[in-house]
Design a protein around this ligand. Structure first.
Ligand SMILES: [Zn+2]
Length: 209
């Protein structure tokens, strides 16, 4: 198949785009080469799930960030993502690399074996390989204020239930977001954990303090 013929050049390219690992390990880590195709005015990111597996982050967190920085709508479709605009592969790759350097790579040892934790109001990248911690740094093109206002899966926030939706869910508004919190009555102030973000619609679950 044609895919196989292209494999060598893809591999070469993948090696070229890999960040330096710091030299301690033989294994160089990198995000898998993007597989993208275009259908009309949409961009199909065919191997989105491979990227998720490589960065080991919540797929909604990765997608939410990418959509925001691209200013595009889009949604998951199995292992793929359908972006509702034409995005050059190069641009998509840049945004993924930006995500990786912001949310994944350890600043100390350069390894991707990290997880995101919250320390107070600050999001922190904690390395499981060397134990180093660093705050998530705000990138250019995105002000600290915008970053703070962004709601992402896994976030824990306190909200005031201002209304009740048609299905009986509590409704809260935070900036541009409408947050659905099942099983919480109007007027309650609750701490929630964000489970799903789709555009400006958020689903959260009330958690114990
Ligand atoms: Zn580290």
């Amino acid at each position: 198949m044609i895919d196989e013929l292209d494999y060598e050049s893809l591999l070469e390219r993948a090696h070229e785009t890999m960040p330096d690992g710091g030299g301690a390990s033989d294994e160089r880590w990198g995000v898998p080469e993007l597989e993208v195709m275009y259908e009309g005015r949409t961009t199909v990111w065919k191997n989105f799930q491979d990227t998720v597996d490589a960065v080991r982050r919540d797929p909604e967190h990765l997608l939410g960030h990418i959509l925001k920085v691209l200013g595009s709508a889009g949604s998951r479709d199995g292992r793929r993502v359908i972006l509702k605009s034409v995005i050059p592969t190069e641009k998509l790759r840049d945004k993924i690399e930006e995500y990786v350097s912001t949310y994944v790579i350890c600043a100390e040892c350069g390894k991707p074996d990290t997880h995101l934790v919250k320390e107070g109001r600050t999001q922190v990248v904690e390395c499981m390989a060397c134990g180093a911690k660093r705050p998530v740094k705000v990138k250019k093109g995105q002000t600290a204020k915008e970053q703070k206002k962004m709601v992402l899966p896994g976030d824990e926030i306190e909200v005031l239930i201002q209304d009740v939706g048609r299905m009986g869910d509590g409704l809260a508004k935070v900036d541009k977001y409408v947050i659905y919190v099942p099983g919480v009555a109007k007027g309650a102030r609750v701490k929630i954990r964000v489970e799903k973000v789709s555009g400006t619609t958020v689903v959260g679950r009330a958690i114990q303090n």
